[in-house]
Design a protein around this ligand. Structure first.
Ligand SMILES: NC(=O)c1ccc[n+]([C@@H]2O[C@H](COP(=O)([O-])OP(=O)(O)OC[C@H]3O[C@@H](n4cnc5c(N)ncnc54)[C@H](O)[C@@H]3O)[C@@H](O)[C@H]2O)c1
Length: 248
């Protein structure tokens, strides 16, 4: 029996990276997996197959998480096709970095839309389902910069701070219904998102981390497993920094 046997998890932006690692980890623990991404191409189809190999149901849905109507439609389809939604992971995210003086309105709107509004869209659609089930676990993928800020990332940091406050507010509203909401704040994790950075910047970041390494997607997936499962049944409204001790 896995820690998530018989549960259904919905994970946004999970065709690759951290979202995919969470999907695989949850499938290993017995959860059925519904995931979204902008497109479900060969990559997404390979993810579906990889997950089904663990003997669970898996389906990828092509949708833009920043779009309210599309998100509602995905949640409706997942409910129909899987019968339940026990775990929601708001993971889809992008960066469009720039210093404040040079940041465009388009950069601001895109990042707030994909990183923050998407979480509102999915929580809004999933909460009625979880209320009828009398329970659920919601996890928002934030970032250490949502706690501490970061020069050159005002849009991204603000969106991630919003994800934290959103999780805390939902935890307060929905606790009486048995629904928990928490946030994970990853530090420097080795994915396509951080591979965009130069070697020098990557070295500089690593030198500031007490554990002297970047995190792996599995480091984040293990934390998500804790927050999604009954191991954390009395944990709600929290932010867990998974950053090798970079910020204390
Ligand atoms: N990598 C890190 O160091 C790091 C650190 C802190 C937080 N995070 C957060 O973790 C999450 C995952 O990041 P990652 O490193 O795996 O990034 P990634 O770029 O590898 O994966 C993000 C996924 O989201 C999808 N996506 C983008 N826009 C979307 C949209 N509008 N609708 C649906 N899907 C969309 C992408 O196609 C991609 O598959 C993000 O929220 C990111 O901000 C990452």
């Amino acid at each position: 029996m896995g820690l998530l046997s018989g549960k259904t998890a919905l994970i946004t932006g999970a065709a690759r990276g951290i979202g995919k690692a969470i999907a695989v980890k949850f499938a290993q623990e017995g959860a059925n997996i519904a995931f979204t991404d902008l497109v479900i191409d060969e990559n997404g189809q390979a993810t579906e197959k990889e997950i089904e190999a663990y003997g669970v149901k898996c389906k990828g849905y092509a949708s833009n998480a920043a779009d309210f109507a599309q998100s509602e439609e995905v949640v409706k389809q997942v409910k129909e096709e899987f019968g339940a939604i026990d775990i929601l992971i708001n993971n889809a995210g992008i960066t469009k970095d720039g210093l404040m003086l040079r940041m465009t309105e388009a950069q601001w709107d895109a990042v707030i839309g994909v990183n923050l509004k998407s979480a509102f869209n999915f929580i809004h659609a999933c909460v009625p389902v979880m209320m009828r089930q009398r329970g659920g676990s919601i996890i928002n993928m934030a970032s250490v910069v949502g706690v501490h800020g970061n020069a050159g990332q005002a849009n991204y940091a603000a969106s991630k701070a919003g994800m934290i406050a959103l999780a805390k507010s939902v935890a307060q509203e929905m606790g009486p219904k048995g629904i928990r909401a928490n946030a994970i704040a990853p530090g420097f994790i080795d994915t396509a998102m951080t591979q965009q950075l130069s070697e020098d910047i990557r070295k500089e970041w690593t030198s500031k981390i007490p554990l002297r390494r970047g995190g792996t997607t599995e480091d984040i997936a293990n934390t998500a497993l804790f927050l999604a499962s009954d191991l954390s049944s009395y944990v709600s409204g929290q932010v867990i920094q998974v950053d090798g001790g970079m910020n204390m």
